[in-house]
Design a protein around this ligand. Structure first.
Ligand code: HEM
Length: 194
């Protein structure tokens, strides 16, 4: 979480605000480059087809769709725990373990998403053969760019208070978009099983 403004400290002036916003430039450029690099790699690399499958699953598509669903579930826990931490849920006081829940749900969501994205990038590549697949490819790359931005601004002090919530919301919305254009479509087309 960002440091909450101290009630005794003076309100930030325009110079402080622009300095704070200036601190976003480098993380945003790096995040943009991460997304772009993945997209260019996914476009240039010759897709190899399925990379991995796991015993017990009928196809790699199911492994990926369940992992993507696990990632999205833990991302929802991330948003819920953030809302509790920021005091946005009426009548709910943040328990002492909420920060831990927030960190671990984020780690699990990311760890679940990485192998799926590796399979997508390496095995399927950046594809444009339908609007859904194009949106999925763009959002898949954008997810890692947005995640990079969030991680890079996390330790920074002096940023405007809205920065981290906005970065977190963008990562979440992009992941939900990735899920809708892949796992949701996959389950709706082939059925929900493993
Ligand atoms: C957070 C990252 C990502 C997640 C969670 C994810 C998840 C999935 C899932 C669950 C599927 C359906 C299973 C399958 O058809 O194999 C899929 C398909 C696909 N993904 Fe990803 N993906 C991610 C990133 C990417 C990236 C970065 C690219 C390419 C740049 C990409 C390209 C594709 C393509 C082309 C398909 C096949 C779509 C189809 O024909 O239905 N994905 N993805």
């Amino acid at each position: 979480m960002t440091a909450q403004p101290d009630a005794t400290s003076p309100a930030p002036g325009p110079a402080d605000v622009s300095l704070g916003i200036g601190k976003l430039i480098v993380p945003s450029v790096i995040g943009g480059l991460v997304a772009l690099t993945l997209g260019v790699y996914g476009g240039l690399h010759h897709p190899t087809g399925v990379v991995v499958n796991i015993a017990g699953f009928s196809s790699a598509g199911y492994v990926k769709s369940w992992l993507a669903t696990i990632a999205t579930f833990f991302a929802i826990v991330q948003v819920g725990s953030a809302l509790v931490m920021y005091g946005k849920i009426p009548r709910v006081t943040a328990p002492s373990w909420i920060g831990m829940l927030h960190q671990w749900s984020g780690r699990i969501a990311f760890l679940a998403a990485v192998p799926v994205a590796v399979d997508c990038l390496y095995g399927l590549g950046f594809q444009t053969y339908s609007t859904r697949v194009l949106i999925h490819s763009v959002l898949g790359c954008a997810f890692f760019g947005a995640f990079t931005v969030k991680m890079l601004i996390l330790p920074k002090r002096g940023l405007p208070g809205w920065t981290l919530p906005v970065a977190g919301a963008v990562v979440f919305i992009v992941l939900v978009g990735v899920w809708f254009t892949s796992a949701f479509w996959f389950f709706s087309t082939f059925g929900i099983h493993h």
